[in-house]
Design a protein around this ligand. Sequence first.
Ligand SMILES: Nc1ncnc2c1ncn2[C@@H]1O[C@H](COP(=O)(O)OP(=O)(O)OP(=O)(O)O)[C@@H](O)[C@H]1O
Length: 104
Amino acid sequence: MDAFLQQFQHLQIQLEDITSATDNFNDDNCIGRGGFGKVYKGELSHSKGRSMVAIKDRGHGQGIPEFLKEITSLSHYSHENLISLLGFCYQGDKMILVYDYASR
Ligand SMILES: Nc1ncnc2c1ncn2[C@@H]1O[C@H](COP(=O)(O)OP(=O)(O)OP(=O)(O)O)[C@@H](O)[C@H]1O
């Protein structure tokens, strides 16, 4: 796990940044619910600058292997039709994925 986190260090986002971007996971910032937990909207700084992002709180619904797999596979792709993964947070018992915010 340490080796993994080191390899993807550039994608790591601090939990306190996510907490402040979502106003401590306030329901007012919740924009949807996926198969594994709530999705929040917020603005934060990440590997590509500062922008509006979609924050997926994986909670305990998803296993660690699936979480890591999502990071390894998505971080390899960058395509205009694919929403990019901007970062992740694996701190304490939190497993959070951060994507480009897609407005519709
Ligand atoms: N990148 C995004 N930008 C804006 N809104 C998003 C984004 N990703 C997800 N959402 C919102 O959150 C809702 C749930 O997202 P989604 O179904 O992708 O969650 P998930 O947990 O990844 O689901 P899955 O079970 O398919 O993995 C979506 O319907 C959408 O409203």
